[in-house]
Write a protein that binds this ligand. Structure first.
Ligand SMILES: CC(C)(COP(=O)(O)OP(=O)(O)OC[C@H]1O[C@@H](n2cnc3c(N)ncnc32)[C@H](O)[C@@H]1OP(=O)(O)O)[C@@H](O)C(=O)NCCC(=O)NCCS
Length: 170
């Protein structure tokens, strides 16, 4: 994409850009207190994607983020967002790869997430990375009444683990 974003763990010091990015990506999903709890929780793993802050001063260069909770041997992906100006340039893919790689490194066996049934782009991205739909939570999202799609991906500890497209569950 020519921006050369850096992928790194992010800390509570970056809470303000995170909240701004949350508003841009999701219209205000989590409060600052929720983010503070996430960023200081030992079971929560937060990854950000940044460019030169001069290119995106509003978020101090932060243009994407993702998070998972490590619960037993399961990585529960709770967040994945890319700044609207930088979508469809491979960044979501890069952050999801980093989350799965991190989950594998800390010995998670599988990953799961929940996504709005109407979010075709995100569902396509997850499928590309081996997630499969295993169920639906009816009318899970209170604002629109739409279903939540539950997706899982196994095989994080498989010797042949790679982040290739359409990788089947192992
Ligand atoms: C979903 C989201 C994270 C994807 O990030 P992104 O950087 O735009 O995605 P990428 O460029 O890495 O796309 C990777 C693949 O995902 C799929 N994809 C992503 N967005 C898509 C879209 N709008 N329509 C169709 N396919 C899409 C495609 O298969 C794409 O590969 P391709 O570009 O080779 O066709 C981003 O659109 C976003 O932040 N959306 C708002 C927040 C959100 O919905 N988060 C997910 C909540 S569970």
């Amino acid at each position: 994409m020519g921006l050369a974003p850096t992928i790194k763990s992010i800390s509570v010091d970056e809470i303000e850009p995170i909240v701004i990015l949350d508003r841009l990506c999701f219209g205000g999903l989590w409060s600052i207190d929720s983010y503070r709890r996430e960023l200081t929780n030992d079971n929560s793993h937060f990854i950000g994607s940044s460019i030169d802050p001069h290119l995106e001063p509003e978020t101090a260069g932060l243009i994407g983020f993702g998070c998972f909770w490590a619960i037993l041997d399961e990585a529960h992906i709770t967040l994945l967002g890319v700044h609207p100006r930088y979508q469809r340039q491979g960044l979501g893919q890069q952050i999801l790869s980093a989350l799965l790689t991190k989950a594998r490194a800390i010995e998670m066996a599988r990953a799961t997430l929940e996504v709005r049934a109407s979010n075709d782009g995100a569902i396509r991205l997850y499928e590309k990375y081996g997630f499969q739909t295993v169920g639906r939570r009816k009318k899970y999202y209170q604002d629109t009444g739409e279903d939540g799609v539950i997706m899982w991906r196994g095989g994080l500890q498989h010797p042949n683990f790679t982040l290739v497209e359409n990788q089947p569950l192992i």
